[in-house]
Every structure is written in structure tokens, then in C-alpha cells.
Design a protein around this ligand. Structure first.
Ligand code: DHK
Length: 164
């Protein structure tokens, strides 16, 4: 979705730098504030701060910026997703356990009309049956699982590739 400024690309060069794409919204859901401490054998030892730094560095390599948020509250995540409409170019989301439960999160993610990449640190398909279904995957452009926190880098790369 170009939100009405695509025609700038066709204007004659007036010496101003081209408008850069909107920030990428990086969202982490419930319990991801505990990264590094919670089940390190499943989620690794890197912290949420490390994840945000990785996302920021990745975006910067593409000349892009991120906005990163984490909440343990479904409604807070939904509010941020609604605010992404017209203010973000894409969404990278690890919805945590809401992946497997939340119709309302899925419904919110289509509101901004921008690409959504779903990322899980662990390989959810190799874990308990209840983690095999995702309400989000059906509206995501890409799904990444089982790459550890490196998956966030791949997710940001993917949004950049799709929204440069
Ligand atoms: C994180 C969680 O908190 C779990 O509820 C998901 C996901 C898996 C992850 O691998 O990042 O089932």
C-alpha cells in the first residue's frame, strides 16, 4: 500500500532527498519481555533489548528505521496495530501465545493494510500440538519459526524487501 505518495517517484529531481519509507513496527507480545530468562533452552539467552538492537541494526543497513514495542496485554497490542495505519510501512510481530488464541489480534493486523511478517523464535511445529495452529499466519505475508532470535533479522529484511 503506498498511501498516496507513490507519485513523488515520478516528480522531477528538485534536489531534495527522496522521502524514506515509514518506520517498521516491531511488536512483541506476552512474556517476550522475559527473553533471556524464560526457558533459555527454548528461547535462548538473548534479551528483548538484544532483539530490538538487532532489528534496528538490520533496518539501518537498509536505510530504514523501526519502532519497537512489547506488551503483555492484547488490547495494548491492538491499539498499536491500529496506530500503524498510515504511520508504519510494515509490521514484524511475535505475538507469543496470542498466536494460538487470538482472533482479535488477527482482525487488528489487517486494519493498517501493510505487510505483516510473523516470527517465532522456536519451531512451534516441533512443539506441543496447541502451538501448531496460528490465527495470524493466514494474514501474514511471511512466517518465520525456529531460527532463534536471528529470525527477527530475517523478518526485518523481508519487510524492507517488500516495502523499499
Ligand atoms: C513465543 C511464545 O511465547 C509462545 O507462546 C509461542 C513463541 C512461541 C516463540 O517461539 O517465539 O508458542
Amino acid at each position: 500500500m503506498t498511501h498516496g505518495h507513490a507519485h513523488h517517484d515520478t516528480l522531477p529531481d528538485d534536489g531534495r532527498p527522496p522521502a524514506s519509507p515509514l518506520p517498521i513496527l516491531v511488536l512483541n507480545g506476552p512474556n517476550l519481555n522475559m527473553l533471556g530468562t524464560r526457558q533459555p533452552e527454548v528461547y535462548g539467552t538473548e534479551t528483548l533489548d538484544d532483539v530490538v538492537a538487532l532489528c534496528r541494526e538490520t533496518a539501518e543497513r537498509h536505510g530504514r528505521t523501526i519502532r519497537a514495542e512489547q506488551s503483555n496485554h492484547e488490547g495494548t497490542l491492538i491499539d498499536w496495530i491500529h496506530e500503524a495505519r498510515g504511520t508504519a510501512s510494515g509490521i514484524v510481530i511475535n505475538p507469543g501465545g496470542l498466536t494460538h488464541t487470538s482472533v482479535v489480534l488477527r482482525d487488528a493486523l489487517v486494519v493498517p493494510e501493510i505487510p505483516v511478517v510473523e516470527i517465532h523464535i522456536s519451531n512451534v511445529h516441533a512443539r506441543e500440538e496447541f502451538r501448531h495452529h496460528s490465527f495470524v499466519s493466514g494474514i501474514a505475508v511471511s512466517v518465520i519459526a525456529g531460527c532463534g532470535v536471528r529470525g527477527y533479522r530475517y523478518a526485518v529484511d523481508e519487510i524492507c524487501a517488500r516495502t523499499s
